[in-house]
Ligand binder design. Structure first.
Ligand SMILES: [Zn+2]
Length: 214
């Protein structure tokens, strides 16, 4: 309940800030590139995909606070290849317990799944941990919203096409404690705010570059 109200409070502050014409303070993120965590290129490729949807997952395995996310990513890549014979980690982006975002499988290739849905056309974001048991922190939700907004703007994905794994297949993924933010609309509101902020920045940059040309 606490975290939910924190998220709501962020939105209220954001909207109030917008009304006053101030720049809202939504935290910004950087994506940690593959080469920073020891990613190894795949040994085969798949037919490229066109992004039409964004789908949220959890890894489903309890993630301890002192666990090293880099070690986990390397292990997950190794396991995906040797055990599952997939080209790479099944997801395109991974978010750790502190809200750090890591690049995983190349977005141009479709993801993989153990369940019965076709992930082709989906950008797959996975939050490390089991959110049937664990609870996401504010920064993880903000990272999720920031990344979803970036992808949604770039690939013209409507808000209605941002969903959880369980909307497509028989699974608990991404876990009830994460899924509820999709269900109650608060995550989508936050995504929308990030989209608006990004579009404003793009407009400002355009104006600046026109001025520079003169
Ligand atoms: Zn999933």
């Amino acid at each position: 309940m606490m975290r939910k109200s924190v998220l709501k409070l962020t939105l209220v502050i954001f909207l109030f800030g917008s009304l006053l014409g101030q720049t809202p303070k939504l935290p910004q993120f950087k994506i940690i590139p593959r080469k920073a965590w020891g990613w190894k290129p795949p040994t085969f490729t798949l037919k490229p995909q066109k992004i039409k949807r964004i789908t949220i997952h959890h890894s489903g395995i309890y993630f301890k606070k002192d666990e090293d996310p880099i070690k986990y990513l390397r292990h997950l890549q190794e396991w995906s290849r040797s055990e599952k014979h997939w080209m790479d980690i099944p997801y395109h982006y991974m978010i750790d317990l502190n809200g750090n975002i890591y690049e995983a499988r190349e977005l141009k290739y479709p993801g993989d799944t153990n369940t019965t849905y076709n992930p082709r056309g989906h950008a797959l974001i996975c939050v490390m941990g089991n959110y049937e048991i664990q609870k996401p922190i504010q920064r993880q939700l903000e990272a999720l919203a920031w990344l979803s907004a970036k992808l949604a703007l770039k690939y013209h994905v409507p808000l209605d096409s941002i969903k959880g794994h369980k909307d497509y297949a028989e699974t608990q993924c991404p876990g009830k404690n994460l899924y509820r933010y999709l269900q109650d609309g608060s995550l989508k509101k936050l995504i929308k705010e990030y989209e608006i902020l990004d579009q404003q920045k793009m407009k400002q940059n355009k104006v600046k570059s026109i001025r520079l040309k003169k």
